[in-house]
Design a protein around this ligand. Structure first.
Ligand code: ZN
Ligand code: ZN
Ligand code: FE
Length: 763
């Protein structure tokens, strides 16, 4: 029997080769009709045999093109049209409608083959791409996604490219960034502001410099990298010195998985992540004796490693052409500033760091850093969501009004909602300087434009002094919008629920372990056991409060936190203990006075600060060079065969840790090795969590446990807590699509604001 069908598809279906895919498929199933893009998806109409039409639809959902992501497919019976053939017809614009935009994707296998094929017109062309790969989000200025609205507008296509672009059977059909050496962008090398080489010569000269231990700024997909030979100790140290980044680990790039295995122990899942089309930085276990400089990632057993994701990266790392085996590829910025992304910006900010600049003239419109993830139970566990992932929307458990959530202070992201989508921004950075604030504001404006959103409400952190909260307050005031100030750890809980597609009103237990967040009682929270849902929360139990002498300054000096904890537990500051010896006698008496008279010593229940205190007491780190360094180094020492732990006590709503310190100090005085101490400390936290959630389940009858907050980046903690709770039959939710750290906060804020709005609407 013959039928007519209309098929409407929503999701990431534009700029990803969707229409040629439909065209080929329709031919294959002998269907006539048409396909077209609209401003909110793709529409297809076909005539054909019932069975063929059904198979056609099944095929679309099962085998879409690699970059496509179908969120919804609906089909309707329509009268037959007696189409004569199958056609791709012109796009149709709908006012105010939008489509999700594909993230930037790593070079595909077909393009890679052509890149290294001497007979191909794009042989060794650094900007080769097709519908299945290449830049997207970073070059888009506006929608619809068409070349004139991208930074490729400046490059009119040559005849050869145009033929491919117009041919529905070609894999470059409507690939907006398509280019070749004749018509497209090119590379050149600059030293001291002067162009010294271009094209292949630029590449060779850059390679030579890298080989000779020089630092080269390389323009990439979402911004500049600073590169140097990672096996050259002097080069790496020079880079650190110039970049003012003394110890924070640097990411590296190698040509392929085989090379990666020389430097890291890789699981199959980690290999899959490395080779995925997103090409993130994978935090893998470092192999000892791989020949990499100790200065690349000191104090940690992890190495952030990635594979080339642009043709230029491949050309730079191609073996047997004189390139170093492994390159440091770190975001090009002075510490804490956003990544440099325009040619002018790169010069002015990196002049004092880079010996040369490998430039190109394809403009980056929206800067994005590399994404960072690790493997947990075979799945991705993100610590930074950026290139390759953003702006892929998170599917919301329910439809939402348009809301803007401005996120937290550190590792900031913001989030916008529309329909059933949450557009979680790429990683913006630490909102502590004007540069980052500017890139935050710029990105919000851009997202609102390309996703056609105009927020009806704004959500921000409860902390009034965060720059993101300032922005929210000012904007809510200016545009007369309702403002929702959301408690930080409640937002973590909601973020994890949304991450897991949670759409029930049921309450859950939240084990929110974090560095810093303003609590509802004006103290600093961070070791929180909450009971709640999107609608609200109660703080059931928390880590005991301890003074944080010097406030924020204490986060840089874990030794201070250690002494504060000892003081709190009435344990004497005995000489021989690392944090006691760290300070001079005078410093100690000032500290003591500060604690006794509570001068600038806000109370905190932070779990992050507890890890700091433990690391200091064990003598691992008294002063840190970057955020969470003490905790990272403490975790790196943990061993799997140590089962001991120190007890804690629950007293009313506080978890008391005096006995933990007493026993740890006894161990320290007995010369217990640091690895055993570190492991016992971790085990104590795992055991503490088990005890508290068992008690909470007894009291509430609730069985679902949510694990969120920055401390959950600690894999020892994660991989020991989950199995233990599983043994007691808890249902456990942790993060998958968004980071467990403050990079996920904005999604949680948005969910909570959405529920408040709906409640107001109902009531
Ligand atoms: Zn390709
Ligand atoms: Zn061309
Ligand atoms: Fe947090």
């Amino acid at each position: 029997m013959m039928v007519g069908k209309r098929i409407e598809i929503k999701g990431i279906v534009q700029g990803v080769g969707f229409r040629p895919f439909i065209y080929t498929l329709a031919k294959q199933f002998k269907l006539n009709g048409w396909v077209k893009n609209t401003s909110n998806g793709v529409i297809i109409e076909v005539d054909g045999e019932t069975a063929s039409v059904e198979q056609f639809i099944r095929h679309i959902t099962r085998f879409p093109p690699p970059l496509a992501h179908i969120d919804a497919l609906e089909s309707f019976d329509i009268p037959q049209n007696s189409f004569k053939d199958f056609q791709i017809v012109e796009s149709e614009a709908i006012q105010g409608a939008f489509v999700p935009i594909a993230p930037d994707m790593a070079i595909c296998d077909d393009c890679r083959r052509e890149l290294f094929d001497p007979n191909n017109p794009r042989f060794r062309y650094p900007f080769i791409n097709c519908t299945n790969c290449g830049p997207r989000f970073t070059i888009i200025k506006d929608i619809p996604y068409d070349r004139p609205f991208t930074t490729m507008a400046d490059f009119p296509m040559c005849e050869f490219c145009e033929t491919e672009y117009r041919d529905p059977a070609n894999r470059r059909f409507h690939a907006q960034p398509v280019a070749c050496p004749t018509c497209g962008p090119h590379i050149w090398l600059e030293i001291d502001g002067k162009e010294v080489a271009d094209h292949e010569n630029a590449l060779q000269r850059a390679l030579q410099m890298l080989k000779n231990g020089k630092i080269v700024a390389i323009k990439g997909l979402g911004g500049f990298h600073l590169a140097c030979d990672a096996s050259n100790d002097q080069a790496v140290r020079r880079l650190r010195e110039r970049k003012h980044r003394s110890e924070k680990p640097l990411a590296v790039m190698v040509f392929d998985t085989d090379t990666a295995q020389k430097y890291c122990e890789l699981s199959q899942a980690e290999i899959d992540f490395l080779e995925s089309k997103e090409k993130p930085i994978v935090l893998a276990h470092k192999r000892t004796g791989g020949g990499i400089s100790d200065a690349v990632a000191p104090g940690t057993n992890r190495l952030g490693i990635m594979l080339p994701y642009t043709p230029l990266h491949l050309l730079l790392l191609e073996p047997h052409r004189g390139s170093p085996d492994i390159l440091v590829m770190t975001s090009a910025n002075l510490s804490e500033e956003p990544i440099a992304y325009t040619n002018g910006d790169a010069f002015s900010r990196l002049e004092s760091i880079a010996d040369a600049f490998l430039m190109h003239n394809r403009e980056i419109y929206m800067r994005t850093d590399d994404s960072v993830l690790s493997e947990f139970r075979g799945q991705a566990y993100l610590s930074r969501r950026a290139r390759g992932f953003a702006p892929q929307p998170i599917r919301l458990p329910e439809e939402s009004p348009m809301i803007l959530a401005t996120g937290a202070e550190l590792k900031n992201t913001f989030c916008l909602s529309k329909d059933r989508y949450a557009f979680l921004s790429h990683h913006i950075g630490d909102l502590e300087n004007a540069e980052t604030l500017h890139s935050f504001e710029e990105a919000i404006t851009h997202y609102e434009r390309i996703f056609r959103t105009q927020p009806h409400a704004i959500a921000c952190d409860l902390h009034p002094d965060y720059l993101a909260s300032h922005y929210a307050q000012q904007r809510a005031c200016r545009e007369e919008l309702p403002l929702f100030q959301i408690q930080h750890h409640h937002a973590h809980l909601a973020a994890c629920l949304a991450d897991n597609g949670w759409n029930s009103g049921e309450k859950v237990m939240g084990v929110i372990l974090d560095g810093t967040g303003l609590g509802s009682d004006n103290t600093i929270w961070g070791g929180e056991f909450l009971l709640g849902n999107y609608d609200g929360f109660e703080r059931q139990y928390h880590l005991q409060t301890t003074p944080q002498p010097g406030g924020d300054a204490a986060t840089q000096i874990p030794a201070r936190m250690a002494l504060a904890h000892l003081w709190q537990a009435n344990i004497p500051w005995d000489e021989g203990l690392a944090p006691v010896d760290y300070f001079t006698g005078e410093e100690k008496s000032v500290l003591q006075q500060q604690l006794r008279q509570s001068i600038n010593s806000p109370l905190t229940s932070s779990m992050g600060r507890l890890f700091d205190a433990a690391a200091a007491l064990i003598g691992i780190r008294e002063k840190v060079a970057y955020e969470a360094q003490a905790a990272i180094e403490l975790e790196a020492l943990c061993v799997d065969d140590e089962k001991g732990y120190y007890p804690v006590f629950i007293e009313q709503d506080q978890i008391k840790i005096d006995s933990l310190w007493q026993q740890m100090i006894r161990d320290i005085k007995n010369q217990t090795p640091a690895a055993i101490l570190a492991t016992r400390f971790h085990n104590s936290i795992v055991e503490m969590i088990r005890e508290v959630v068992l008690k909470m389940r007894e009291e509430s009858g609730i069985n679902v446990v949510v694990l969120s907050g920055g401390v959950w980046q600690n894999e020892y903690l994660l991989s020991h807590t989950i199995p233990l709770l599983e043994k007691s039959d808890f249902q456990i939710l942790w993060h998958h699509q968004v980071p467990t750290n403050d990079g996920g906060i904005s999604l949680g804020q948005l969910m909570i604001a959405m529920h408040s709005i709906k409640k107001i609407g109902r009531g």
